[in-house]
Ligand binder design. Structure first.
Ligand SMILES: [Zn+2]
Length: 176
């Protein structure tokens, strides 16, 4: 009695617990099985989309797991920059409205870093267009901020990984 209560509590308070995840996975497998039982044509179509979405999701996970901007955030505490402040449509990772300073930490994959970016093996066209759109948006964002008198600094994710102290120092210099 007590045991089962504890187990239930654990699952409720830990929505991402292993048990919960595997439950969700088995549900997903079951519903996929049902889809496969329907029509062959439909399965092929579904599968193709699923693959693309899966690789999209996987790289998203890869990109967000370590969060380089959070490493920098911990080094800027108590400074004048706010982390992802609201009310700036260009959505910089750090910014000071007073100083009109915007800092972006660009993910090497998502923003097509010339050093690190490797084109995925499948869905090349999809990825090429996606990264291209991101890069164009970066340029638009820079222009829009600068036009309004902001200073914009961008770092690559790999800058943070290799030497976050140097990145933090450069930000501090821009503040002073
Ligand atoms: Zn890079």
């Amino acid at each position: 009695m007590e045991r089962s209560f504890q187990r239930r509590t654990f699952r409720q308070t830990n929505p991402d617990s292993h048990t919960h995840r595997s439950l969700r996975r088995s549900f997903h497998n079951r519903s996929r099985q049902r889809t496969e039982n329907k029509k062959i044509v439909q399965v092929k179509k579904t599968d193709k989309i699923t693959k693309q979405q899966r690789s999209y999701v996987m790289s998203r996970i890869r990109g967000t797991r370590t969060k380089p901007e959070l490493e920098i955030k911990s080094m800027l505490d108590g400074r004048k920059l706010r982390y992802q402040p609201k009310g700036i449509p260009e959505r910089p990772d750090f910014a000071s409205k007073k100083l009109k300073l915007a800092v972006f930490i660009d993910g090497c994959f998502w923003h097509g870093c010339p050093t690190c970016y490797r084109e995925p093996k499948s869905n090349k066209k999809f990825w090429r267009e996606k990264i291209e759109r991101n890069r164009n948006r970066d340029k638009t964002v820079n222009r829009s901020l600068r036009k309004n008198g902001w200073k914009v600094i961008r770092f690559w994710e790999h800058d943070v990984r290799k030497n976050r102290t140097r990145v933090a120092e450069r930000i501090h210099r821009a503040i002073e």
